[in-house]
Design a protein around this ligand. Structure first.
Ligand code: G3P
Length: 222
């Protein structure tokens, strides 16, 4: 099933009660399409959303530390207890070192959380795939927030990532992101071999978030 992952980042339009409202819009839209719609709110908003909405919730980041003296860190156990079923790791806006990515993945696996490791090009996609997350999400940083869809501006990074992952760890799903907002962008991303998209501003900053999401999901066959 196509995976559509909406990263709430730290936009005002997707923080606190606005995060809950947007999650409700996502839940409603997901019912109408053959799609797994995932919301990715800030950590502090996870529990509120989990108590009110039944679509999957992922954290934006998890640290590879366990219980103990790690003030300010985010543990896999805490996001799971709050109601998340997965997490992003190594988003371009929250980059980690290779050893930290591996540690975060181990913590998530121990807690049974689904994992999406974000990458910025084919080389980092290869390295991430070797660590066996559930998904990698390739996003050229220069296209993030640009409104120029990766599926049109840099289709080679998507097809190259898909081919590389097939050779290295075929079980790992490839998502792509950056500048995706319309149905045609999503359709093009799927045609390039990705199993879904990771996106943010095209929906979150839209005047009418519901309409924007419906436009996006119209790229999936009903
Ligand atoms: O995590 C999704 C993201 O980095 C892409 O952002 O605003 O280009 O959809 P945007």
């Amino acid at each position: 099933m196509t995976k559509v992952v909406l990263n709430f980042k730290t936009y005002a339009e997707s923080t606190g009660m606005a995060a809950l409202e947007l999650s409700r819009i996502c839940e409603e839209a997901a019912e109408q399409y053959d799609v797994e719609m995932v919301v990715v709110p800030q950590i502090a908003d996870i529990r509120l959303i989990a108590e009110n909405v039944s679509i999957p919730i992922y954290a934006q980041h998890v640290d590879g530390v366990g219980f103990g003296g790690y003030t300010g860190h985010i543990t896999a156990a805490s996001v799971k207890a709050a109601g998340a079923s997965g997490t992003l790791i190594n988003h371009s806006e929250r980059r980690l070192k290779l050893a930290e990515i591996e540690a975060a993945l181990s913590s998530c696996k121990a807690e049974g959380l689904a994992t999406i490791v974000c990458t910025n090009n084919i080389a980092t996609t290869k390295a991430a795939a070797a660590l066996k997350p559930d998904f990698v999400a390739v996003e050229p940083p220069e296209l993030i927030g640009s409104g120029i869809p990766v599926s049109k501006a840099d289709p080679g990074v998507v097809t190259g990532s898909v081919e590389a992952v097939k050779r290295i760890e075929p079980e790992v799903g490839v998502l792509c992101g950056a500048g995706i907002s319309r149905g045609e962008d999503l359709k093009a991303a799927l045609e390039l071999g990705s199993v879904g998209v990771l996106l943010a501003s095209g929906i979150i900053k839209a005047k009418d978030q519901k309409k924007a999401l419906e436009d996006l999901l119209s790229g999936i066959q009903r």
